[in-house]
Design a protein around this ligand. Structure first.
Ligand SMILES: C[S@@+](CC[C@H](N)C(=O)[O-])C[C@H]1O[C@@H](n2cnc3c(N)ncnc32)[C@H](O)[C@@H]1O
Length: 270
């Protein structure tokens, strides 16, 4: 069954937020850089997901090796950094995002890089317009916990996957974790320069895994166990930057990982 792009699952506040705060803009530190230019994408690249942490690029490398010539859907592509890496590795990609702003950025990015996706278009991950069993893989990085209905989003991922297809869902917000603690007790999400997104749901690992009904989970990982610089001002940001961050980043890896704030799941559709 094809779900129509409907308003009933659409959170207008989520769409409006991301349409006016595309992830990446907050990393521009040079006012002379023209947004959308080749220099712009090069300037923010070190802060974007596949480059920010080695393990994300490693995951793309591993997954792309088995997906050459196959069709991958990205949900919530933002400026298209992840899709671009799959395209460079010979994977056929349909890149989608809830917002026209992200879709325009991604199209421009692909054009600059000279890659040709199957399609780049606006899609609501909670009501995808694709028929059942369309894709060999679905990639979604830092998105599903921000849609307003994570369980529904995962059901949609399953619906559009072929049997045996892979769901590579990076980054659910995890509880307990240092970010959850800050969020809960400090009322501070801290990742964004201005206001936070309207939704970022936190889940325990077992809550996340329970949402993968109809999948076999083949890999899970706790990630984001280093605290990054923030681009906010104020007392809480200062406490974070000069108190919490240096101490947390000195913790030995196994201890830091226990407090990691993101959780990634790779699962095969049964
Ligand atoms: C934190 S950003 C991540 C962007 C990109 N994946 C990255 O890692 O750079 C979250 C993205 O999810 C998108 N998004 C939020 N809700 C969505 C939905 N219901 N369907 C599709 N995309 C959605 C936003 O528009 C935004 O581009």
């Amino acid at each position: 069954m094809v779900r129509m792009q409907s308003q009933d699952t659409m959170r207008k506040d989520v769409r409006d937020y991301w349409n006016t705060h595309p992830l990446g803009l907050q990393y521009v530190t040079d006012a002379n850089i023209e947004v959308g230019s080749p220099e712009f994408f090069a300037h923010i690249r070190p802060w974007m997901n596949p480059f920010k942490f080695d393990w994300i690029m490693d995951r793309i490398d591993r997954e792309a090796a088995g997906l050459r010539g196959k069709h991958l859907l990205e949900i919530g592509c933002g400026m298209g950094f992840d899709s671009l890496e799959f395209l460079k590795r010979g994977v056929r990609v349909t890149a989608t995002d809830l917002t026209p702003a992200a879709v325009e950025f991604a199209k421009r990015h692909f054009e600059i890089e000279g890659v040709e996706p199957e399609d780049v278009r606006v899609e609501n991950g909670l009501a995808l317009s694709f028929p059942d069993e369309t894709f060999d893989a679905v990639w979604s990085n830092g998105v599903l916990h921000a849609t307003g209905d994570t369980a529904l989003a995962i059901r949609e991922v399953r619906r559009v996957l072929k049997p045996g297809g892979r769901a590579i869902i990076s980054h659910f917000y995890r509880k307990p974790s240092w970010m959850w603690t800050l969020h809960r007790f400090g009322r501070e999400n801290i990742e964004y320069q201005e206001e936070d997104p309207p939704v970022n749901e936190f889940y325990s690992e077992s809550e996340i895994e329970a949402m993968f009904e109809g999948f076999e989970i083949i890999e899970t990982a706790r990630e984001h166990h280093r605290a990054l610089p923030v681009r906010r001002d104020g007392l809480k940001a200062a406490l974070y930057s000069y108190g919490f961050k240096p101490i947390y980043n000195l913790l030995p890896d196994p201890i830091a990982r226990r407090l990691a704030y993101k959780y990634s799941v790779t699962a095969v559709r049964i």
